[in-house]
Design a protein around this ligand. Structure first.
Ligand code: AMP
Ligand code: MG
Length: 408
């Protein structure tokens, strides 16, 4: 199963959750907007000055001679003088002050040719009619959508909503995601490590990635490689969550009962995906006692679980959250060194993106790329995405990378 097709299938299969709640503006950060935000007002509400300077009617500017205007008062932001300059007159004006009646132009203070006691001299062609004036509604127009449903709310959006004087917004309810690790060899942090065992790290990377996505988490701990235990855990998860993310137990070598149980509980596909790391994956929908949940059965290897999460589970979970799933914003960089790559599969190699001395973006692979080497993830700041058709990469050749910043 090619990566692109698996992503398509998943995207078409999942559905957004329906619940909506009203939250105070600050609590909306990281949530998904459930309804369009329509501007109740225009922002700015009035034409105002973009600079500290002098406001006047631009029609009296001469293209050939200096224009001399008498300063009859000062308008401050939020404190208008109420004066209306006549011909040959102007007002001192501060940034953000409402444009005085009859004025359409602002000469920035530093562009004045001369400023005497109560007069300002404007050199020919130093300012044009309409300059340095912000128009009412140029940011947001009353009655128009300022933000559209489906937007994942970021700091700028909080400010924008505040600029409209809106204190509460409708957001989708949080997505509830249950997750657990499978494997007899796994031990939880805090337990002694018996011979041949490893600590369960996947539950921590999953915790981090799901938390950053803004999900409500149900940590179901460790589940033994035991059919009854796995079935009980999956049934339980259907009750508490919209989506279930598991790690381990889906590879060809893993016990076949995983497949049987998941198939018995619902509609689950088992894929061998043309990618590295992260070949095996299960995806589908399972149910128990009338409650259903989407299932992401991710591979067990610590790097594979992260890569599979980012490229398959994350876009699907965003869609379930009601968010417009953003396309992967891949950035081009030159590979600093040759990279070995096999054609016919997608490779996700961990890289460090930096700016070379010549100012160009350069990426370097973080050493050994084994799917169990989690260090390769912590040392990286991006994933180098090498598509199916690509073969070996020579030093200096361009490649595409997905930056962790904004992703994790
Ligand atoms: P599996 O997919 O269950 O065959 O696991 C593949 C490899 O990943 C094995 O070496 C497991 O020990 C390891 N592994 C599976 N789950 C975890 C986990 N939660 N934390 C760390 N390593 C894991
Ligand atoms: Mg296992």
């Amino acid at each position: 199963m090619p990566v692109r097709r698996a992503r398509d299938v998943i995207e078409r299969f999942v559905r957004p959750v329906r619940g909506v709640e009203k939250v105070a503006l600050r609590a909306a950060l990281g949530r998904v907007l459930a309804e369009d935000v329509i501007s109740p007002i225009s922002v700015p509400a009035h034409d105002n000055s973009a600079m500290d300077g002098f406001a006047f009617a631009g029609a009296q500017l001469s293209p050939d001679h200096p224009t001399k205007l008498k300063v009859i008062g000062t308008d401050f932001a939020g404190r208008p003088s109420g004066l209306r300059p006549g011909p040959g007159q102007c007002l001192r004006i501060m940034t953000g002050a409402v444009m005085p009646a009859g004025c359409d132009t602002v000469l920035p203070q530093e562009r004045a040719e001369g400023i005497e006691d109560d007069c300002v001299t404007i050199a020919p062609r130093s300012v044009r009619t309409g300059d340095n004036r912000r128009l009412a509604g140029e940011d947001l127009m009353a009655g128009r959508p300022a933000l559209v449903a489906g937007k994942l709310i970021r700091p700028a959006d909080l400010g924008l909503i505040a600029s409209l004087g809106i204190a509460e917004v409708a957001v989708r309810r949080r997505l509830r995601v249950a997750f657990f690790s499978t494997g007899d060899e796994l031990r939880s942090v805090g337990e002694p490590l018996a011979q041949g065992c490893v600590y369960d790290s996947n539950r921590y990377t999953l915790f981090g990635m799901l938390t950053r996505l803004g999900c409500e988490l149900v940590d179901m701990g460790l589940v033994k490689d035991d059919p009854a235990a796995l079935e009980a855990a999956l049934r339980d998860a259907c009750h508490s969550a919209d989506a279930i993310v598991t790690s381990g137990g889906v590879s060809a070598g893993a016990a076949d009962y995983t497949r049987d149980i998941m198939a018995r509980l619902g509609d689950v596909a088992f894929w061998t995906i043309g990618m590295r790391p992260g070949r095996p994956m299960a995806f589908g929908r399972i149910g128990a006692d009338g409650r259903e949940a989407f299932l992401f059965g991710l591979p067990g290897n610590p790097v594979a679980v992260m890569v599979s999460f980012y490229f398959f589970a994350r876009p699907a979970l965003l869609r379930m959250m009601g968010a417009d799933a953003p396309a992967d914003l891949l950035v081009q960089a030159c590979s600093a060194e040759p990279i070995r790559k096999r054609q016919g599969r997608t490779e996700f190699q961990r890289g460090v993106l930096s700016i070379a001395p010549d100012g160009k973006r350069e990426v370097r692979i973080t050493g050994a790329q084994g799917s169990g080497i989690l260090r390769s993830m912590t040392e990286a700041n991006c994933i180098v995405v090498l598509p199916d058709e690509r073969g070996n990469v020579a030093a200096g050749e361009p490649v595409e990378v997905l930056l962790f910043e904004g992703l994790v």
